[in-house]
Design a protein around this ligand. Sequence first.
Ligand SMILES: [Fe+2]
Length: 441
Amino acid sequence: MRELPWPARVYLAAVVATAAFLIARFELPGDAWDILLVLALLFLVCESMPTLLNVEQFAVSVSFSASLAAVVLIGPEGAALVGLIAVVSVRPGLPLVKRLFNGAQFAVCGFAAGWAYESLGGVSGVPQPHQFDELIGPYAVATAVFVPLNIVLILVMVRLATGGAVSFRGMFQFLLSYLGYGTFGLLVAGLWATVQSISAVLVLLPLFVARWAFGQYHAQQRSYDATIAALCQAVETKDYYTRGHCTRVSLASFMIAQEVGMGSERLRAIRYAGMLHDVGKLGVPTKVLQKDGPLTEEEYAAIQLHPMRGLEIVRGIDFLDEAYEGIMHHHERHDGKGYPMGLAGEEIPEFARIIAVADAFDSMTSDRSYRGARPIAVAVDELRKGSGSQFDPELVAAFIRALEKDPWQPPRKVVEVPAEAAETATKDHDDPTMPIEVLSG
Ligand SMILES: [Fe+2]
């Protein structure tokens, strides 16, 4: 509590006081105790096991379905009481402040949804099968009140407590998921007259199967990410100045791909391709890669082989899909003067054309031992100059548009190279913005 900024503390106190005021005068009808207990238990189980479901940014719990079921079965105050149970959810390590806030905001949302439900003619109590049609409209409105209010209350707290912003796109996905999962509450309420508390089990079961499946999926994604990060790290330990390069190329490639409207599967693949574009450097002797001065023909050939070596290293990783092409051709040029195959224009796979722009941009805007970072505006000008010769003009234009929407954060300046990394490159022959000098003959 002490760590919270004072506006967040005032806000927390206001939400908790509102919840207490709404619940304080409530007298639960004698016959509704069993419903309250079952729904509170349902809420507790769901709230204790949040899962990522289909949203990448947030852990979603479908506990609010129990609150919405309570709106129908017990009314606004009952829904508020069910939400309050979030205070004792089984989530080890969750601070008391968060528990209090969660419980209070769920209580406020439950009450508001119940009020909307009753205002539109919804009748609280166990609905009989023939009454089901009449409760659908008010229930939909109750959900439409609960979900956005829940999101707003949480966002205000996040903003006041951390000053952090949440992306609009992420929030939109969050909202849609919540509205969709709200239908589970309608199922619980609708089935209650027929199977009573078994309705909660009937609804929970598919939810837990879904939770298990999504959990597996996310565990797999995490292990993919860890594999890619380890390979990246291996490449970057070769030169202190290239630290973070893979991650930044990955981000810039993602921005371009997003700007040209790629779907989520390809966006994931381009992120991986950006991370791994230089993995082939592991197969090129460091003394060649960083040789100070012109390269011999053999050394130049070894450099040109690194995209191919990269492909050999990652060929067995089957989730990379299109990323292979990005790795293999990231040094091709639009005018056909690149390597390893001298492809030109549209012959170059789209992933490789994207990575070429991202790679050059990050190389220019980060420090190297042989030159300092260039300002972003200068790097953008250089991309423009190379548009049509080195780079695909459409992708350069897309990157510039993306940068206007989401300004680039350049890496921190290298002020001092740590002693353990003092032996660092005097040259980087992989730098796409530096011409490679080759000894003639
Ligand atoms: Fe490269």
